[in-house]
Design a protein around this ligand. Structure first.
Ligand code: GLY
Ligand code: MN
Ligand code: MN
Length: 356
């Protein structure tokens, strides 16, 4: 596959954008490989500038190739510097990313003279949604760490240990693998597990609890995101009924990730399976999201999604049932779409595992 810069230029052409100003660090990183916290890119049909400040001059020269690197330092302001670069390139009209804040838009508009800022469709969405083989390899690595973390934690959980304590084990494990913690992990037990995004507290695991872990590793800029639900002691019939139906919905939704399918239909399928046991009323969030440089990357599997499933996309599939006072079950995997259908990137077991 061609380089990110070539792909961006083709997308700019398709959208009639002559010049683009890239400021979202996830897009900057995707385009240039830069990993610092201050980076901007100006792209035209034949020019490509990488802008940073004096803190990152050495790093930018090490990480960024194929772009002319320019930097500024105080007392010059970013707006003065960006204005000079745009004037040097003879740019009078440039597209900003739809994700910039209103405050940024106002500041650039008022402080960077001589240029018209225009909005454009999100140039990066169609590019970042289709992963290259290199990106897929990195997501696969991050998924392997998440799988290993689940395995490790299964051996560490027991009645009497607190959610906090398990969360600490979780974070240490990810760090020891050389990974970053992709997002605040969720460790919830018993009634707390009915909160889809509950926080770990000092509650200790007790017989009859569902325990849900939702965690992810980030390595080399790419994320994983996995959820597994366990039970403390022997599961009751109700535990099994709820768990099995969530699993059935998840397996069917994964199988439905075929190129050409509407994302909203995959979401609907999972709901119709939960409805077989009157559990759909307990499933309030979307079925999943794109995964990549962001945990919640471009794309959604939800009733309002206009996305279409395509080969090269990576999705989470994470149906859940949350019953207040009883507990909740969510099962989440990361799935690559290939020309021949879905391929799981997370592999940790989905049997209902018992914590002793
Ligand atoms: N960890 C948040 C999510 O699964 O989307
Ligand atoms: Mn998750
Ligand atoms: Mn997720």
């Amino acid at each position: 596959m061609s380089q990110p810069l070539d792909r961006l230029r083709r997308q700019m052409s398709a959208e009639n954008v002559d010049a683009a100003f890239v400021s979202d660090l996830l897009n900057v990183g995707w385009l240039t490989g830069f990993t610092g916290s201050s980076g901007f890119v100006i792209v035209t049909g034949d020019q490509a500038l990488f802008l940073t400040d004096s803190r990152y001059t050495i790093q930018a020269n090490e990480e960024v190739s194929g772009f002319e690197v320019r930097w500024y330092q105080r007392p010059k302001t970013f707006e003065q510097f960006a204005g000079e670069c745009l004037a040097d390139l003879g740019i009078s009209k440039i597209a900003f990313e739809p994700s910039i804040s209103y405050a940024t838009w106002q500041s650039w508009g008022s402080k960077i003279g001589g240029v018209e800022w225009t909005d454009s469709p999100d140039l990066f969405k169609p590019l970042r949604m289709i992963k290259t083989p290199e990106e897929i390899a990195l997501i696969r690595d991050a998924c392997g760490i998440a799988d290993a973390c689940c395995e490790y934690l299964h051996g560490r959980m027991q009645a009497g240990r607190s959610e906090f304590d398990i969360q600490l084990d979780l974070e240490f494990f990810l760090r020891r693998q050389g990974a970053d913690i992709a997002f605040d992990p969720i460790v919830v037990s018993g009634p707390n597990s009915a909160k889809p995004h509950g926080q770990a507290g000092d509650r200790t695991l007790q017989e009859g609890d569902f325990v849900t872990l939702d965690l992810g590793a980030r390595k080399a800029g790419y994320n994983s995101d996995i959820t597994r639900t366990f039970v403390v002691g022997q599961p009751s019939e109700r535990h099994r009924e709820v768990y099995d139906q969530v699993l059935k919905a998840q397996l069917a939704a994964i199988e439905a990730l075929q190129p050409g399918t509407a994302a909203k239909d995959v979401d609907q399928l999972s709901r119709s399976i939960l409805a077989e046991k009157d559990l759909d009323k307990y499933f309030g969030h979307g079925l999943g999201h794109g995964l990549g440089r962001a945990v919640h990357d471009y794309g959604g599997l939800s009733s309002s999604s206009t996305d279409t499933i395509e080969a090269g996309q990576v999705w989470t599939v994470e149906p859940g049932v949350y019953i207040e006072g009883f507990g909740g079950v969510r099962i989440e995997d990361d799935v690559l779409v290939t020309d021949s259908g879905p391929e799981l990137l997370t592999h940790y077991t989905k049997e209902l595992l018992v914590i002793g």
